[in-house]
Design a protein around this ligand. Sequence first.
Ligand code: MG
Length: 387
Amino acid sequence: MNKNIVILGSTGSIGTQALEVVDNLKNINVIALSTNTNIELLEKQIEKYKPKYVCIADEDKASTFKQNIKDKTLNVYTGTKGLEALATLTKANLILNSLVGNVGLIPTILAIRAKKDIALANKETLVSAGELVMKEAKENNVNIYPIDSEHSAIFQCMQGNKHSQIRKIILTASGGPFREHTNLDNVTLKEALNHPNWSMGKKITIDSATLMNKGLEVIEAKWLFSMDIEDIKVVIHPQSIIHSMVEYKDSAIIAQLGTADMKVPIQYALTYPDRIENNFEKLDFLKHSNLTFKEPNYELFPCLMYAFYAIKRGGLMPCILNASNEIAVEFFLQEKIKFIQIPQVIKYTMEQLEKDNIKNYTLEDVLEMDRKARDIAKDFCLNLKTI
Ligand code: MG
């Protein structure tokens, strides 16, 4: 059966790789693409994939684009409403959400309500509102396929096994560019952006440097695989060869291995349960004779500890964690705060809002808390003595 796919965030790192994956697959039609501001790349993608719908989130860029448009049959949407329209297109079977940040939440929820399967690269969606998202997915009989190397690994390790027989899941972390550091006081933006193993977008690269990425992934894993938080472990594995593991009650551990190439998890999300031949780089064991593992340093990388704290508290704490992290990373990327101030922003924001935390939240509660957390985090950043 042909699958009609919508790619939200098609000009980003995951979006462009998803299109490369699609090039190798039969039976997948790209019917809609979206970008935030990169209309030059979007135009090239339109020429090649001939989608019927596009969304340019940035309103100014969208109006420039509309003036120059050649194909008058192309439906052009803008803003967050445009993303929501694409996420719910009648003809769509699968929504690949590779938006960055909490902006991906509403399109995900609406796609679920419209009974579209989701290939989810936007982990912030599950961090801010995982309980709600998974509940709605269940009610609407929607599948969520992870596009995150660790979660794809876990998903693969679970095939053919009983969920009730899982003892724990073990998320591997590369440790990021600062895994050998003992002090992070003066690390620079350039150093933080220089990930040793993976080439990714800026936000996730900074999250990897602070280990917040792993924290977000712990929360993502909890919801995706309905795990108790106590049964999720993180281990630093600098070679990024083992993408994650599942330990079963009989003490057998199943791991998924491969090169650091996101196209593998992307393809699995698009072709599940099938595995399709491709020409991606293969793992050569002989070049990797030394796989190592160590405990994360929670003191040097408190973001990971805050993520565990937030999910243990439950309710909207992970939403607060995520929103304040997004703001802190934005400020750090603009070199307005220092690297070591990122966890300070998160800690402060969580402390301020902990009293307002509620369980059994609605989508509106999430959006309101997200806004509050962003405001507090922004004020805190603006008042920080920096650099
Ligand atoms: Mg990952």
